[in-house]
Design a protein around this ligand. Structure first.
Ligand code: NAP
Length: 249
């Protein structure tokens, strides 16, 4: 299905996991995709995958928490093909701590990437999106709905993303711009690999509340993002879609 023919999409976090799957799916649906991430090499791999499957993609390295880099990236994306129809904010970082041990600098860094990054890309993209009746998909998390033990920093950041997305939706909806979010949970990506766990945690409780056998690949999120980016979601605004198999954890 080619629901995004003629459209231009900007995807952050496009070098890995969900962001990469989203970039590939949007390209398969006909969008020209401007891919952004922290590291150049994985980003180039995503672009090569898009190109080898017949799509069109460009890559640009960008730290989403850096205002000047975000501004330059959005300007470059809009200039590349003369328009910007869609923004997917997929970049993010995760960490675990006992809540009473969270260091301010660690809290600040997660907020900088997950909240400032989403804010900066939305702010810079909105003027371009308004010109074409475009839309935004941000990435919240099941943790922003249900909380997440030892994920105090992360769930706080994703709660902010949820509120930010709803606000953009109600502020700009009557001007033709839609903003929605997805809340993934239990998606198999590199994110949780190598994340340091605090002492004494027991994650086995998570297995007890899974509604479906997980985890699932990032493509299950990409399909929903593509739907939200397309005219199939023309009357969906300010919505958050959980993609977690019913886990809510
Ligand atoms: P991932 O594979 O680690 O992808 C995240 C990407 O964001 C990585 O390429 C990472 O680069 C990049 N990134 C990190 N900091 C950045 C920065 N300052 N500037 C630009 N890019 C940066 O993780 P994922 O699971 O696909 O996560 C995608 C989104 O889904 C995130 O927002 C995450 O919070 C959300 N999410 C995921 C799950 C899940 O189950 N996987 C659940 C809920 C929400 P590096 O690899 O170089 O750090």
């Amino acid at each position: 299905m080619k629901r995004l023919e003629g459209k231009v999409a900007l995807v952050t976090g496009a070098g890995s996991g969900i962001g990469r799957a989203v970039a590939l799916r949007l390209a398969q649906e006909g969008a020209r995709v401007f891919c952004v991430d922290l590291q150049a090499e994985p980003l180039e791999q995503t672009c090569e995958s898009v190109l080898s499957s017949g799509g069109i993609a460009l890559a640009r390295r960008c730290d989403v928490s850096n205002e000047a880099e975000v501004r330059a990236s959005v300007a470059a994306a809009a200039a590349a093909w003369g328009r910007l129809d869609h923004l997917s904010n997929m970049a993010g970082i995760l960490r675990f701590d006992h809540f009473h041990e969270i260091a301010l600098e660690d809290f600040r860094r997660v907020i900088e990437v997950n909240v400032y990054g989403t804010f900066l890309f939305c702010r810079e993209a909105i003027p371009h999106l308004l010109k074409v009746g475009g839309n935004i998909v941000n990435t919240a998390s099941t943790s922003s709905h249900a909380g997440l033990p030892w994920g105090g920093v992360y769930s706080s950041s994703k709660g902010a993303v949820l509120a930010m997305t709803r606000t953009i939706a109600v502020e700009y909806g009557r001007l033709g711009l839609r903003a929605n979010s997805v809340s993934p949970g239990d998606i198999a990506t590199p994110m949780s690999k190598g994340v340091k766990m605090p002492e004494g945690v027991d994650f086995s409780w998570m297995d007890r509340c899974k509604a479906l056998a997980g985890p699932r690949p990032p493509e299950v999120v990409a399909g929903v993002v593509a739907m939200l980016a397309s005219d199939d979601a023309a009357h969906i605004n300010g919505e958050d879609i959980r993609i977690d198999g019913g886990t809510l954890s």
